[in-house]
Write a protein that binds this ligand. Structure first.
Ligand SMILES: [Zn+2]
Length: 272
């Protein structure tokens, strides 16, 4: 009998929370216009604030390579590629971090980092432009913001939404950064990765490098053994390079050859 009562109590609790969920969803619909409902309600300044914090957290663990010339160079190339994107006015920041891993990261608001290990594997500036174009696309399309939003909805649900509606932006940014602490080790949607590859190749081409830098880098990554420590995180956070190449090939096809600019890559700033 006691068990029966507890079961009824549980059912009541469950039905209340389901009704509640429907209720706050309705409230949300009333207060947030259709166009903004799917996006986190963050303006560029909020995004920059979140990205700066998350990037500072990462740099605490993996600092920048101590070579001002190298950092200046990567910023020059990155900003040039970002100029052709749909968010050219973000305060873009690029950097090479001191890690033997082969990887690249980005955070909301225009923060892009690549590892020394990945930089060392590049053959020319066109390949760098392709890699940066991929990360720039994650920022432009707000892929991380969307990931954070989903995580926040899952983890904090109604509480977070209410906070958001109350307009406490500082609190919201704190929560997002909290969720974003492990952002760099999280996997984005596969579709977001394929979109970043596609769009990254387009951005590199638009910047005058030709579209084949990124596929060339993916080929190099595919040739590294999957068990190699340096690519472990990359494999965890991205689809396999062979799969990415297949997807790129399907969209690029022969059409892209006309944008090819052999030797347009130019020399890379040498690593010390
Ligand atoms: Zn990516």
């Amino acid at each position: 009998m006691r068990l029966f009562k507890s079961l009824i109590a549980l059912c009541v609790i469950l039905s209340i929370s389901v009704a509640d969920a429907a209720d706050w969803r309705d409230k949300l619909r009333e207060k947030i216009p259709e166009s903004k409902r799917l996006l986190l309600v963050l303006n560029d300044d909020d995004e920059i604030q979140v990205g700066r914090q998350v990037t500072a957290n990462l740099l605490g663990v993996a600092p920048l390579v101590k070579d001002d010339g190298l950092q200046r160079y990567v910023n020059t190339v990155g900003r040039w590629v970002a100029t052709g994107s749909e968010r050219p006015d973000l305060p873009w920041h690029f950097g090479v971090i001191d890690s033997a891993d082969v990887n690249a990261f980005s955070a909301p608001g225009g923060y892009v980092l690549i590892t020394r290990g990945l930089y060392a594997s590049l053959s020319d500036e066109g390949e760098l432009a392709g890699v940066l174009g991929h990360e720039i696309t994650h920022v432009v399309e707000r892929h991380q913001v969307e990931l954070m939003r989903k995580a926040m909805l899952l983890e904090e649900g109604r509480k977070a939404i209410e906070k958001r509606l109350s307009g406490d932006k500082d609190e919201l940014v704190k929560r997002l950064v909290g969720n974003g602490a492990e952002l760099f080790a999280r996997r984005l949607d596969q579709d977001a990765e394929f979109e970043a590859d596609r769009q990254g190749a387009v951005l590199a081409a638009r910047a005058g490098y030709g579209p084949y830098g990124l596929p060339a880098v993916l080929q190099k990554i595919a040739s590294v053994a999957k068990t190699d420590d340096r690519v472990q995180l990359l494999y965890k956070t991205h689809p396999a390079p062979e799969e990415r190449l297949r997807m790129l090939d399907a969209v690029m096809g022969p059409e892209f050859y006309k944008y090819d600019r052999p030797n347009a890559g130019g020399k890379l700033y040498p690593l010390r």
